[in-house]
Every structure is written in structure tokens, then in C-alpha cells.
Design a protein around this ligand. Structure first.
Ligand code: ATP
Ligand code: MG
Length: 432
């Protein structure tokens, strides 16, 4: 084949696009209830927006950036994640101002780009649905964001998921923990993977997130951040747990969990699935946490924040594996069958009128014989057909047929143009 899509990308064909639309529609309904409003930021940003925030030693910055210099010699990156761009826009548009209600709650949906080794559930262009809430420190907001993630997943029919929870504490907690971790890891330095060796002194928390099997074995015995929390950080985490309990949202504490991005502190969480879509291996669909300090890092005033990002492709893999159908495609209301050349313009006018009256309507454009048109109608699952031939035209009538029960009747065209709903109701009532 001559032209192929770039490695790690996917074409979303109409049959799949329906599922995408269904997920996005459900998400929008949930966001409305939680009062999160949409933001759309550019698909590319200055390289610095991500390098400053994701962390120098993160996989994203060291290996996965789609970056380039544009014709004006600007260092540009296709966004690898949503949060940094939203924060950049929040600061640039001064959404922290007094006229914007706090917390400022927003959501986004769209493609993200990471130069990864493509495999199932790991693409170079993938899509996230995410939320961010700025301007409140309250543990209740952490829990709102977590409950929102769960509600979103429940709304598409997923219930058997695991919520993993941890805290990274505040700066003081982290400094102390960092040293403890270095002390623990140094004796194992020689056995660590190259990446982890590199990170051991620069950012030892990263080592906990290593995907290398041997690294994972070593860090299984690492000290726990939970033993290094300051009283404030401890209290925040206790509140988060208490509020989750109050909402009956089950969770598991995973004290070795860190996130792939450096900007998190306090609460972090992942929603995981062990669906057969991932061969039964626990896989993260949705991840997020608190990132107090990120707004300042991008030049804004001191503003706490919390949010999550959910991978749509991974969600779809689970839905497919669990046999959950999300079909937003509405069946066709009316197929207009036109017989003969004269009927052509009438068929055109009929579908136009039906659509304007709020029905979905379809007709033939391929000069199909009546038989072929009826076939097309049943293939499209049409609820009704309207047939017009020479005779019907002369009498200004059409044959209306209910495809579900086969009942039919001749109906005056002006009636159909005036009120198809009524015409159809009369046919259906008569038969009952
Ligand atoms: P992983 O550990 O799997 O690489 P991550 O920590 O890099 O994930 P995040 O940056 O937290 O992932 O992104 C949040 C979610 O976005 C992930 O849980 C996943 O569902 C999705 N995601 C991340 N990277 C990809 C990708 N390359 N392809 C498809 N989905 C992805
Ligand atoms: Mg990753």
C-alpha cells in the first residue's frame, strides 16, 4: 500500500466514532452535574510549558516529546498531556482573577502526543478526557475530582475497577522521603536499570515508577512515603480517606505509587482495570492528583490545583473486552423510496421536510431499483418507508409503511409535509 497512517496513530471509523461520541456525551453529562466547564487549548505549546512542569527526568520529557523547531525557530511541542496547557491558559488569561468563581473547574477532551513504542493501549496519538480544579486546598475537592472520575467510568457501564490511592505529601515530607529513598536505593545501585541509575540522585521517586521488572523487585521493599508525612500532609490525606469513606468509594492505598509527571503533591490516584483487554494485568485508565505549585511554576499566583486525565483508547479497550455496547447511533426514522425520474425532486423535498420536522431521513442517490431501495431501507433499520411512484405523484400521495409491523397506507403528501408525526400516528393507531 502506498499511503499508511503514521505509526502509533489510529483511524477512528464511523462504527467506532459512535462509541467515541457516546463516551464524550456521557462525560459531558457528568461534567454538567459537577459543574465543570469546557476549555480548548492549542494542540501544540512552547516546549518549555511541558519541560518545566512534567519534570526533567520524566519519561515524557526525556523520551516521548514530539518537539520541533518551527519556521520561526520557536521550540514547539505537540502536547503530551492536558494539564500544563490548561494551566498556561489559566495564567495567561488571568482566570485566577476576582471575577472568576473559585474553585475554577474545567474539563478538556482531545488528542495528546507521545513518542512511545506503540502497542495495545499505547499510541503516539491518543486521547484524554481530563478535568482540573484550581483555587481550593480542601480535601473535599480532591474527593470531588476522584468521585467525578468514578462517576464518569460508571456512566459508561464500568463498575469493577480499582481505585489506588497515595499521597506524595508536601515539600517537607518529600525532602525527607527523598533522602530515605536514596539511602535505601544506593546499596542496590549496580543492579538498577540504566534509567533508574540516572534518576537515583536526580529524582529518586521516579525509580518507584520504573517499568523494569528488576527495578520493581528492588523497590518493593523501599521505605514508604506515609512514614515521612508532615502533620499537615498527614491530616490532608486522612481527610481524603475519610471523605472517600463517607461517599462509600472503595480504595486501596499503594504507598509505592508515584506519577509519571513531576508536578504532583499530596493526593495522587489511579483508576485501574484488570480486564482481559490487558491480559488481566492491572492497567491504569485514569490518573490524577493534586498539583499545588504548578500554577506558580508557570508564572501565576500561588494557586492550588487538582485534576485527572483519562485515556479514552484504554477505556474503549475495556468496554470492548467487557462486551459493553455504547451505541449512540439512532436508527433511521424514514427512508424515502422514489420510483421513476419524476419522483426524484419529490423525494428530495420529502427528506428535506422530514429532516426539518426533526426526523432522520434518507433516500437513494444511486439510481437503485425499488427493490434495492427497500433493501437499503431495511439495512439502515428504517422505522418507516415513504414510497412515491408515478401514480402517487399524480394523486399527490405517498405510501407510508411501518417497517416493524408491515402495515401501510396511502397518505396525502400535504399531510406529510405539514406534520409527518401525525400521519405516522394515524397509521400506527389504526392498526392497534
Ligand atoms: P503509563 O504508565 O501507562 O505510561 P502514564 O503515567 O504515562 O501511563 P498519564 O500521563 O498519567 O499516563 O496519562 C493518563 C492516562 O492517559 C493513562 O492512564 C492512560 O490511560 C492514558 N495514556 C497515557 N499514555 C498513553 C498512550 N501512549 N497511549 C494511550 N493512552 C495513554
Ligand atoms: Mg507513560
Amino acid at each position: 500500500m502506498k499511503y499508511q497512517r503514521p505509526k502509533g496513530t489510529a483511524d477512528i471509523l464511523p462504527s467506532d466514532a459512535q462509541k467515541w461520541a457516546a463516551i464524550e456525551n456521557r462525560a459531558r453529562e457528568v461534567f454538567k452535574k459537577y459543574r465543570y466547564q469546557e476549555m480548548r487549548t492549542p494542540m501544540f505549546e512552547s516546549f518549555d510549558v511541558f519541560s518545566r512542569t512534567s519534570g526533567e527526568t520524566s519519561d515524557i520529557v526525556t523520551k516521548e516529546m514530539y518537539d520541533f523547531y518551527d519556521k520561526g525557530e520557536r521550540h514547539i511541542t505537540l502536547r503530551p498531556e492536558g494539564t500544563a496547557g490548561i494551566v498556561r491558559a489559566y495564567v495567561e488569561n488571568k482566570l485566577y482573577g476576582p471575577e472568576v468563581p473559585k474553585p475554577f473547574k474545567t474539563f478538556y477532551m482531545g488528542p495528546m502526543f507521545r513518542y512511545e513504542r506503540p502497542q495495545s493501549g499505547r499510541l503516539r496519538q491518543f486521547h484524554q478526557i481530563g478535568v482540573e480544579a484550581f483555587g481550593a486546598d480542601s480535601a473535599a475537592l480532591d474527593v470531588e475530582v476522584i468521585s467525578l472520575a468514578m462517576a464518569l467510568l460508571n456512566s459508561v457501564g464500568l463498575h469493577s475497577l480499582k481505585l489506588s490511592l497515595n499521597t506524595l505529601g508536601d515539600n517537607d515530607s518529600r525532602q525527607k522521603y527523598r533522602q530515605a529513598l536514596i539511602d535505601f536505593l544506593e546499596p542496590h545501585e549496580a543492579e538498577l536499570s540504566e534509567d533508574s541509575k540516572e534518576r537515583l540522585h536526580k529524582n529518586p521517586l521516579r525509580v518507584l515508577d520504573s517499568k523494569d521488572a528488576n527495578d520493581q523487585k528492588i523497590v518493593a521493599d523501599a521505605p514508604s512515603i506515609l512514614d515521612y508525612l508532615t502533620p499537615e500532609a498527614f491530616k490532608h490525606f486522612e481527610l481524603v480517606k475519610r471523605y472517600l469513606d463517607a461517599l462509600h468509594i472503595p480504595y486501596e492505598i499503594d504507598s509505592n505509587m508515584v506519577r509519571g509527571l513531576d508536578y504532583y503533591n499530596h493526593t495522587i490516584f489511579e483508576v485501574m482495570s484488570d480486564s482481559k483487554a490487558f491480559g488481566g494485568k492491572w492497567t491504569t485508565i485514569c490518573a490524577g492528583g493534586r498539583y499545588n505549585g504548578l500554577v506558580e511554576q508557570l508564572g501565576g499566583p500561588e494557586t492550588p490545583g487538582v485534576g485527572f486525565g483519562l485515556g479514552v483508547e484504554r477505556l474503549l479497550l475495556v468496554l470492548d473486552a467487557e462486551g459493553i455496547e455504547l451505541n449512540e447511533q439512532h436508527d433511521l426514522d424514514v427512508y424515502v423510496v422514489g420510483i421513476g425520474e419524476q419522483a426524484d425532486v419529490e423525494a428530495l423535498k420529502l427528506v428535506q421536510s422530514l429532516r426539518q420536522q426533526g426526523f432522520s431521513a434518507e433516500r437513494d442517490y444511486l439510481n437503485k431499483k425499488p427493490k434495492g431501495q427497500f433493501k437499503a431501507a431495511s439495512k439502515a433499520n428504517a422505522a418507516y418507508t415513504l414510497t412515491i411512484g408515478q401514480e402517487e405523484l399524480e394523486q399527490q400521495k405517498a405510501n407510508l409503511k411501518n417497517m416493524r409491523d408491515g402495515h401501510q397506507e396511502s397518505v396525502a403528501l400535504p399531510k406529510i409535509y405539514a406534520n409527518f408525526d401525525q400521519a405516522r400516528a394515524i397509521l400506527d393507531e389504526k392498526e392497534n
